[in-house]
Unconditional design. Sequence first.
Length: 652
Amino acid sequence: MGGGQLLTRDELEAIADGYVAALVARDPAAVPLAERIIYSENNQRLEPGEGAWRTVSGLGSYRHILADAAMGTVGYLGTVRVQGRPAILDACLTLRDGRIAQVESLLIRDAVGAHRLEAMGGPEDVWLETVPEAERVDKTALAAVAQRYLAGMERNDGHGDYSFFHPSCNRIEHGLQTTNVRTPTAYGHSDDVEFSSLTAEQQWKTGFLGFVTEIRSRRVLVVDEERQAVLLAATLDHDGTIRRIELTTGRTFEIPPYFEVPRTLQVMEAFRVLDGRLYRIEMTLTEVPFGSRPPLEATPGLPSPAAAGPLPHRGSEPVLPPASAAASLTPVLEAMRRHDPSGLPLAPEVRYTENGQKIAVGTGVWRTLTDFTGAGGGASGLEARVVDTGGGQAVWLGRIDELRVPGVLALRLRAIEGELVEIETVVVREEMMNERYGTITLFQPRLLLPLEVARLVDDPPGIRGPAADPGGPAPWLVELVERYLDALERDDSAGVPLDARCWRRENGWWTALDPMAAPFDPAHASFRPFSLGVAELIDAGYFARITRVRERHHVVDESGGRVLTIAACDVEGDVTGFTVAGIGDVCYPGAFREEAPEPSEEGLFASRLEPDMVAASTELIVQMATVRAGRIVGLDVFTRGGPLGMSTGFPT
């Protein structure tokens, strides 16, 4: 408590309840926040008043609190409403001198899980019992047994010592019991119906969880000695390289498509300890970009993230001679396809990012890419190159495959004196849904226009080949694109040199001048935004949900009149629509209507497929702008969502 008086359990619980009430009221001033508070949400540093503070609209009925009076920490696992929809809120508050100095939170957009938790009515009674002192283990032992759980999960092979599980241990995941289930139920993304019928220890002994390739940033958040409970946070990586697992039972577990691409899950997990072993487990998680790291430090002495540093520079001569960024595009793609960066002319401190996360060269998509446009394999369709010789940069934009998962890759290289000093990738993947959740990114907002690679077979005009007229000097081309991006922020196209016939495509979908465009607000069936020109689309307010476009990085091809931009678009989540003159208020798809009834169980499951354009998020965009005769004539945009506040990895 930083020298202050220790707070009691009741006081800590009251502070936690007050914090959630303040979220609902959208009033940070209603709780005692420290002057220099550290606030994180879904692994991103934000300020109080941002993120959940602008979108939480109500309190749910599930509440589970763990308190650690000695350390001045309190954990909250509960349900809330986000723009009217059920969601799960995890928060750990750290108190200093009676004020909240640190908040680590997950806002998990899982209406189904929230619904299950609320159906339980509350945590099982055993979580709330005060354990007699004679039956307790100390704080060190409590933390250690929870850590053994993580150690046994990482690269689980079934041959470890899993005696840390109590014989009667039960685990729930987002309110769903996943151990000792008597009725056969498929587990997670798999079709396996045996796993959930086993005890916790039996599950670990099968080796089923071997697709969890690394667990990092392991942190004990709360140790509730009085109730023998622990709350911890951890980051689970699935690097996409595990294709099948030979279980100790003699069966072969074929890994589902969801795990064929790199995934990172951020978890908060509560443990109730009985007789020194894990008796009850309550798990919640959300998906974050692969390689994402919590902004708060990991517990000292535990393994640091494998992605923390660059690949060590090889002292031997590179296989490739020193080359320009443009000449290195194909060799880098080939290195990705063979899953081996050795031999590339990498600078000693090369910086590699993937979807905004700094990770090591050779990880992420380097381990999963199986084909790309122009490689002579299955990937076909989009392919474009943009070369900025003056800035030593080049970009490849094209189709890729990662086994059964198709997508689009933007690969940006920057070279200095023949060495690659920057490698930036943005991967936009096609997502599909099936009865086991397919490859949908877990608990993240669904885009209105998810990528459909089949739409990329026919290129829009001007994306390839030289321009009919010189594009103009790079600063001037960048200025045109900057004006356009500024216009998205202010919903005003004035001063933006947009050709009247300018086309715009997003994730393969035509979003301007499309005569077949459909309405997206049933209340205004005659209003079809994507039939408008780009300038009209801006002025109508379609982009009102975008509050800022930041970290804009441009690569310019002067002779081709093209500008490739990578940027982060923030969507605060509190704009539910826009007003069109002569038409009225138009709601975004996914906007909650206060008069709507509480969704049914079937409706909750269906909601996982619905677009949700009003959720707080940051969208990484890759945009190719084509300029002819001083006007923007084409915009090809690829978008992927992520937690609000995420960086491109190359902030400007």
